[in-house]
Design a protein around this ligand. Structure first.
Ligand SMILES: Cc1cc2nc3c(=O)[nH]c(=O)nc-3n(C[C@H](O)[C@H](O)[C@H](O)COP(=O)(O)OP(=O)(O)OC[C@H]3O[C@@H](n4cnc5c(N)ncnc54)[C@H](O)[C@@H]3O)c2cc1C
Length: 589
């Protein structure tokens, strides 16, 4: 930014605007890009080296990353493969869950810095010209029109960027701003709330192959090898118990930790010297009260947050993306931006998440609860899990999550070479309505030469224009629909003394009509056909066509509602078709 200038205000239009470039957001972005959908991603960070985050990947998540071609390169950047999960009480292994009993090849855990995975996902997204990455930008507002979300506003150092989009996806983590701005409440489930004090110690000898929860004296400790060359420890504390502990000083914390994991006493004494060597995590589980609104969907931690116990968060975030992907692609293809359209994702996914939360509560009770009764019951419970079919069943559930979550590569644009622009496979009704012969990013502002334009190209461009134009109308995107008219465009309907004039009036009329249809439980679809297209000497195009309106009442059958003739004058405005004048006559009027 020039020192003399204030912050800039920029704007862009895309199909999907994803807020948050964590595992959920980047995975969904890549899936959509590969399906021919344009994506803008808003991420507040400018680098991948963020605060410590989850590192353990479960087999279900590994399978998805592998299907995306990301697993091997992410692991090659550095990570440790682990085979088992153990609950160790004093010296005794109470529970030993061997992952190698799961079906190969996804029968291991991977401890990998999250940045390795995110960097690989981002690199693949960047291969698409239809991807825009607004890093260093924070979401500051949602664009809302008539109760539906139509885009997002991001604040960066250079200024404000407004992204208009068909769908906004909130993937901005457990303190989601998207969720807050949409006014969606979140319930916090503190039943087994605890805090975790995280710290790393140098690894001595080869890295272990286990994730372990140690229970000796005092509070339980989670331990696993963390790349590069360290051991990650998480010491559990009572919820909000840190302030009291910190007041006692670092020596006291060290001696408590040593009691809990005597095997690490030496390293604790040598390497934990100040409170700044610890990171406190307020652990809670919770979920947003709603996941979908018109034009908006929440995924990953922003929709449901999990305790680190059982290493579920990343797995679930990746699976959210994989399960939402086909539903979103279809909704975009149909130009449907209603919340109900995403029920096919949200309802079954909500049941999955309920199940995971129940399992995690059970795990927390079994592993972390204190007291005499717990001490007596725990070994018996562990024995039961270890010896009966319950153990393998729980392991499969924790390791694989929802087995139906897979990458739907059948929706990908076939044979698309990375980095080269191709026509989107999914035609969505949010973008500019381009005249033929024009590349959106490079040749904006060119005007058509109708004299030399082949007839079939003119027709193809105009048919595409009407397809989007009508889908905007039928999905209630009144403002976007009005923008397909010129600023002073007119629309004359039978029975009206004066035509509607100008975008504001057109948008208001369309919005009212759509609201009335929804209130009456009706769906209206406009079908334009029999296009008779005539290029005029003045550079405009006249189109005379038939327009049918099909009405479907809720729960009923479709019927023909209206048959009309529509006469339009189209003009080319900077490479986009716009309606300058429309006159509609109804049969039977
Ligand atoms: C200490 C810790 C340990 C964990 N251990 C594990 C583990 O071992 N295994 C496991 O599976 N899970 C673990 N988890 C959980 C796991 O990290 C999360 O569940 C997972 O990262 C969720 O992914 P996400 O993409 O939904 O959100 P996040 O990973 O939280 O990503 C959200 C993104 O949104 C960005 N963002 C936030 N606000 C804004 C804004 N206003 N504007 C723009 N961008 C924004 C953030 O910078 C971030 O990049 C752990 C979590 C923590 C905190």
């Amino acid at each position: 930014m020039n020192a003399d200038q204030g912050p800039r205000a920029a704007g862009s239009t895309t199909d999907v605007c994803v807020v948050g470039g964590g595992p959920a957001g980047l995975t969904l972005a890549l899936l959509l890009l590969r399906s021919g959908v344009r994506v803008t991603l808003i991420e507040r960070a400018t680098s991948m080296s963020r605060e410590y985050r989850g590192e353990i990947l479960q087999p279900g998540g590994l399978a998805l990353l592998d299907q995306l071609g990301v697993l091997d390169p992410a692991a090659a950047r550095g990570g440790y493969w682990l085979d088992r999960f153990q609950l160790v009480e004093r010296e005794r292994v109470l529970l030993d869950i061997a992952y190698d009993r799961l079906p190969a090849p996804y029968n291991r855990l991977l401890s990998v810095p999250q940045r390795h995975v995110l960097a690989e996902l981002l690199a693949r997204c960047r291969g698409f010209d239809s991807f825009r990455y607004l890093d260093g930008h924070r979401l500051s507002a949602l664009v809302e029109e008539h109760g539906a979300v139509r885009g997002a506003v991001a604040e960066g150092r250079a200024g404000t960027h407004t992204v208009r989009a068909g769908w906004v996806v909130g993937a901005d983590g457990r303190f989601s701003k998207t969720r807050r701005l949409a006014g969606i409440g979140a319930e916090r489930q503190d039943v087994f709330a605890f805090d975790v004090l995280w710290f790393k110690l140098p690894q001595e000898g080869p890295p272990g192959r286990e994730v372990r929860v140690f229970r000796a004296a005092g509070r339980p400790v989670l331990v696993y090898p963390s790349y590069p060359g360290t051991v990650q420890l998480g010491w559990t504390l009572p919820h909000k118990g840190y302030a009291e502990m910190a007041a006692l000083g670092v020596d006291r914390i060290r001696s408590e930790i040593t009691r809990a994991v005597p095997a690490y006493a030496d390293r604790v004494a040598r390497h934990l010297n100040a409170l700044t060597d610890f990171t406190l995590l307020d652990v809670f589980a919770g979920r947003a009260r709603e996941w979908v609104r018109d034009g908006l969907v929440l995924i990953g931690d922003s929709a449901h947050t999990h305790s680190p116990l059982g290493a579920q968060g990343i797995n679930l975030a990746l699976q959210d993306a994989a399960l939402l992907h086909p539903v979103l692609v279809e909704a975009l293809r149909d130009g449907d931006f209603s919340a109900e359209r995403l029920d096919a994702y949200a309802l079954p996914r909500s049941r999955d998440i309920d199940q995971v939360m129940k399992t995690q509560t059970m795990q927390a009770k079994a592993m972390l609860s204190q007291g005499r009764v717990a001490r007596v019951v725990r070994p018996r419970l562990a024995g039961l899990v270890q010896r009966t079919p319950i153990g393998p069943k729980i392991t499969r559930h924790i390791a694989l999550g929802n087995p139906a979550a897979r990458v739907r590569s059948d929706l990908f644009v076939p044979g698309r070479p990375a980095g080269r622009r191709t026509a989107p496979a999914v035609r969505v009704s949010t973008g500019p309505l381009l005249c033929p012969r024009q590349e959106p990013s490079k040749e904006r502002g060119l005007h058509m030469d109708l004299a030399t334009l082949p007839q079939e190209r003119l027709r193809a461009g105009i048919e595409q224009f009407y397809a989007r134009h009508m889908q905007l109308l039928d999905t209630g995107r009144a403002e976007d629909w009005a923008r397909t008219f010129t600023e002073d465009g007119t629309f004359a309907l039978p029975g009206r003394p004066e035509p509607s004039r100008g975008r504001a009036e057109l948008a208001e009329g369309a919005s009212r009509a759509h609201a009335a249809q929804r209130a009456a439980g009706e769906t209206h679809r406009h079908w334009h056909g029999m296009l008779d297209i005539t290029a005029q000497d003045d550079g405009t195009v006249r189109v005379r066509c038939y327009a049918l309106v099909v009405l479907t009442p809720r729960g009923g059958d479709p019927r023909l509602h209206r048959a009309c003739v529509c006469e339009d004058v189209l003009v080319d405005e900077g490479g986009e078709w716009k309606v300058r004048a429309r006159e509609v006559t109804r049969d039977g009027a």
